[in-house]
Design a binder for this molecule. Sequence first.
Ligand SMILES: C[S@@+](CC[C@H](N)C(=O)[O-])C[C@H]1O[C@@H](n2cnc3c(N)ncnc32)[C@H](O)[C@@H]1O
Length: 249
Amino acid sequence: MPYTLYRGDALTALAGIPDNSVDALITDPPYNSGGRTSSERTGRSARAKYTSADAEHDLANFPGENRDQRSYGFWLTLLLTESYRATVESGTALVFTDWRQLPTTTDALQAAGWTWRGIASWHKPVSRPQKGRLKQSCEYIVWGTKGSVDANRNPVYLPGLYTASQPRKGRVHITQKPVEVMQELVKICPPGGTVLDPFAGSGTTGVAALREGRQFIGVELSKHYADIANERLHNALTQDDFELAGPEE
Ligand SMILES: C[S@@+](CC[C@H](N)C(=O)[O-])C[C@H]1O[C@@H](n2cnc3c(N)ncnc32)[C@H](O)[C@@H]1O
């Protein structure tokens, strides 16, 4: 089977993944952000934080959004440490974050042992203008490698800026990432290699990985979202006529 989805806690599931067995960690963790004050960030649900009042959807809440700043940094470091152990030498980590958690995410990545290589941006053209302020129209992808970059292993040239709107039609998760962006990002994993996403949500990273001929290991704590991810992964295999990619010419 080219994919495995675990239903449960990311740290617990990661402990069962063998050393040096995945090629790329590509993940979109709960940001534990979305508020000016500590009580706004820790006291509100994901739905309250990330869904605007005029949103045309009524999607399910998700867990893991109520850590304070210090414990978020600590927890993210643990996750990135376990993911580092599970990743092959010269493998890659791509971790989504927002402007508030950018410094914490770059700290956690490095504390976990990864070599920080840069930040790419996901630009959302349809974002809310804010009077008297600069628009927050980007989320960020902090990236790094386990040791040195081995360009011969995967000789790709990838952009540092991705523009796409959040899915509207057929959207199934509050913070769902556009599959077209994820399809570009999974190319950091060598063809036929394995992508790991310990916060799979609705399974977008996995769908992208399968579409691009990569294998996928995902973890999702919410039963509601794990069921959705399972269905989307299954459809990606059956409808997209999955074939493991060989080395790119
Ligand atoms: C930001 S969302 C990911 C959305 C995903 N990128 C998508 O396109 O659907 C983070 C996900 O992590 C899950 N989560 C929260 N805490 C978790 C934990 N401890 N272990 C595994 N998954 C967790 C949430 O239920 C949520 O679905």
